[in-house]
Ligand binder design. Structure first.
Ligand SMILES: CC(C)(COP(=O)(O)OP(=O)(O)OC[C@H]1O[C@@H](n2cnc3c(N)ncnc32)[C@H](O)[C@@H]1OP(=O)(O)O)[C@@H](O)C(=O)NCCC(=O)NCCS
Length: 157
């Protein structure tokens, strides 16, 4: 368990699913994860699933996926509720994710972001990630259109 200001960061449990689902719906208009997918991530996936709590309230979450025999961890999702943004919660969560990936023997953390998501790209850049590939039409967009993305990577040393 880690602390950030008055937030506590800990692994998610199945009891957190309602709170995480509400957070996902509030943070993402297109990319929100279904309750079913969240349940899988919290129970059976090869993943680290972290939540940040302010008191009893889940204010942020992050998921890192792992593949067998791979030294590359993938930051699958990170989200901070609007009321908790701008105070470093995402940065702290990201560091916790990196520490977890290192503990599992991973050498690299990889992530993707929409080209238009300046907050997300800023978060990763600030944390030392390099944008090393463009991902044309990688994301679903509005009205059936596709949106470009970028791949980000950081060596875990
Ligand atoms: C992206 C997100 C997780 C950032 O959370 P946060 O807790 O506000 O981020 P932090 O306070 O830790 O900020 C860390 C750095 O990110 C960058 N950043 C954060 N918000 C930003 C914004 N709105 N615009 C530009 N840069 C921003 C800054 O570089 C910041 O460092 P600084 O405060 O020293 O300048 C949050 O805005 C969010 O959940 N957005 C919706 C969901 C989402 O897009 N998730 C990412 C999908 S890849």
């Amino acid at each position: 368990m880690a602390a950030h200001d008055d937030c506590v960061i800990r692994p998610a449990t199945l009891a957190d699913l309602d709170g995480v689902h509400a957070l996902e719906k509030a943070c993402f208009d297109i990319d929100a994860q279904s309750r079913r997918s969240l349940r899988y991530l919290a129970s059976r996936a090869q993943a680290d699933f972290l939540v940040a709590l302010d008191g009893a309230c889940i204010v942020a979450d992050a998921v890192v996926l792992y593949r067998r025999n791979s030294g590359v961890a993938r930051l699958y999702s990170i989200a901070v509720g609007a009321s908790a943004r701008g105070r470093g919660v995402a940065s702290t969560l990201l560091r916790e994710c990196e520490t977890g990936a290192q503990r599992r023997g991973c050498r690299v953390m990889r992530a993707e972001a929409r080209l238009s998501n300046l907050a997300s790209r800023g978060l990763f850049q600030r944390a030392g990630y390099r944008e090393n590939a463009s991902l044309p039409s990688y994301y679903a967009g509005r009205d059936g259109r596709r949106e470009d993305g970028v791949r980000l990577e950081k060596p875990l040393t």
